[in-house]
Design a protein around this ligand. Structure first.
Ligand code: FMN
Length: 242
């Protein structure tokens, strides 16, 4: 099957896979990078975080912390991050390694497909580094979303707690979908912890894991771009009779 066929089939699969309201929410979440300015009340974000905290965590240690930004506070942080990105990008490095230094297959192919689909959708040639950089810069404005979250985790914890954190982050994004909102998880923010730490009074023991943009999607932000490999690529079944 060519990569092109795979995309078409999997986009259909995302629509057709849901069998109940929870499936609808899971399949309905996508990384939105175009938000309307329409505000999201603090009470809605509180509801989202209150339900997201029911994520499981080993020994129930609940290793997450979230800084929630809106209004002038968000604008100030965005401006400081954008300034750092534009003036000294190479001086900002994440405190953890998100990506492997080298991707083996099938991850390399998937990453290349991501780049192709993502930049094609924006009308940006992959060789156009200036346009790609302008797109990256939009991360720091939370893609125009009215709410920005910065998620941190205590650096004294071990890798297992990052599993817990991921479950919490997914819960946040699903709870947002349940309220008609969309989101985008963003590791880009982790690189700028030296700006975020003083701006948000993040204690030294906390490490910036990622950011999350959250708000009402614009029409273009509602489109699912990214396909998924089908079941055979990642699941092995044994012992079933049917
Ligand atoms: C932990 C994490 C970090 C991510 N960081 C970024 C980011 O910095 N900027 C961005 O535009 N998308 C980011 N993404 C979104 C991914 O590109 C996206 O999840 C993936 O392409 C699949 O698309 P979907 O979420 O729409 O299904 C991130 C996703 C995850 C889970």
């Amino acid at each position: 099957m060519s990569a092109c066929e795979e995309v078409v089939i999997d986009r259909d699969a995302a629509r057709g896979v849901a069998r109940n309201p929870i499936d609808e929410v899971i399949a309905g979440r996508l990384s939105c990078r175009e938000f309307s300015g329409s505000p999201v009340p603090r009470s809605t974000v509180e509801q989202i975080l209150r339900v997201a905290r029911f994520a499981p965590s080993g020994a129930n240690i609940q290793p997450w912390h979230v800084y929630v930004l809106a209004g002038a506070a968000k604008t100030e942080v965005s401006a400081a991050l954008l300034h750092a990105f534009e003036t000294e990008p190479s001086e900002h490095v994440s405190e953890y390694q998100y990506y492997a230094s080298e991707f083996p297959e099938p991850y390399l192919g998937r990453r290349q497909e991501f780049g192709r689909l993502f930049y094609d959708s924006l009308g940006i040639a992959q060789s156009d580094t200036a346009a790609r950089s302008r797109q990256t810069a939009k991360n720091f404005g939370f893609f125009g979303a009215p709410v920005g979250l910065i998620v941190t985790i205590d650096r004294r914890l071990a890798m297992g707690s990052w599993l817990d954190l991921g479950m919490f982050i997914q819960n946040v994004m699903l709870a947002a979908v349940g309220r008609g909102l969309q989101s985008c998880p963003q590791e880009t923010f982790a690189k700028y912890h030296r700006i975020l730490r003083p701006a948000l009074s993040i204690p030294t023991e906390q490490m910036v894991a990622c950011g999350i943009s959250m708000g009402h999607p614009r029409e273009r932000g509602r489109a699912r771009l990214m396909p998924r490999a089908d079941l055979e690529a990642f699941a092995s079944f044994k012992g079933f009779e049917d």
